[in-house]
Design a protein around this ligand. Structure first.
Ligand code: SF4
Length: 213
């Protein structure tokens, strides 16, 4: 290993330790009693805050208590139950179709692997990875807009697509950090390493960040 690589690893480890201190190593998942409910909650969370999702979950589960209820409901009924969530029409359509597919093609059980999950209507790679992490603790890196931006600023990734950055992060980060790097960088991205202007002067990662300004 070259001196530069050793330095990169040392800086990475300092940054990961600070992120653990700042944001913890575990994030509480969405409340649920069944796997299909967790999958629906994660689908709802795309471009919405966890708080917004948690506010609609109790009434959603009460109105559609089983997978069959959700699959049999009309899109309009589901939409009405999640109206306070962004993109509610599309999400209602996807949730109905997804639950219907789980019922008809998977014997009512949510698949436990990425390849099958991403074939479900409305389930992309990010949703599938988050689901596998929350439901089964399966390690995976999810790259959203914050993770994408900050990974580049930190010098951890150069890829121009989320899929490439996901591969780079999986190669660069120790496996035990894969699941938590997503929420840690989201929190950092909302408060300090913001999209419009990074607040490097107040950032605890400043000493080891390649992109500080
Ligand atoms: S030092 Fe600046 S660029 Fe680096 S992570 Fe912190 S806010 Fe972002």
């Amino acid at each position: 290993m070259s001196i530069e690589q050793e330095l990169d690893i040392a800086n990475r480890d300092r940054i990961l330790a600070v992120l653990d201190e700042m944001y913890g190593t575990e994030k509480e998942g969405f409340p649920h009693e069944a796997d299909w409910q967790l999958l629906c909650a994660i689908m709802l969370s795309a471009q919405s805050t966890d708080k917004q999702v948690e506010a609609v979950l109790p009434s959603l589960y009460e109105r559609f208590p089983t997978l069959s209820d959700m699959a049999a409901a009309s899109e309009g009924e589901i939409e009405a139950a999640i109206r306070s969530i962004g993109l509610c029409r599309v999400k209602a359509r996807n949730m109905k179709a997804c639950c219907g597919t789980i019922q008809s093609e998977h014997d009512g059980k949510v698949p436990k692997n990425l390849e099958e999950l991403i074939k479900l209507p409305g389930v992309g790679r990010k949703t599938a990875t988050l689901f596998l992490a929350d439901a089964y603790g399966i390690p995976g890196v999810t790259v959203d807009t914050h993770v994408f931006r900050i990974s580049h600023r930190l010098g951890w990734a150069q890829g121009n697509t989320p899929a490439k950055v996901e591969q780079e992060l999986m190669a660069f980060l120790p496996k035990e950090h894969w699941n938590r790097i997503n929420f840690q960088l989201i929190y950092l991205g909302r408060s300090i390493c913001t999209a419009r202007r990074a607040k490097c002067g107040e950032c605890p990662l400043r000493d080891w960040c390649a992109g500080k300004i």
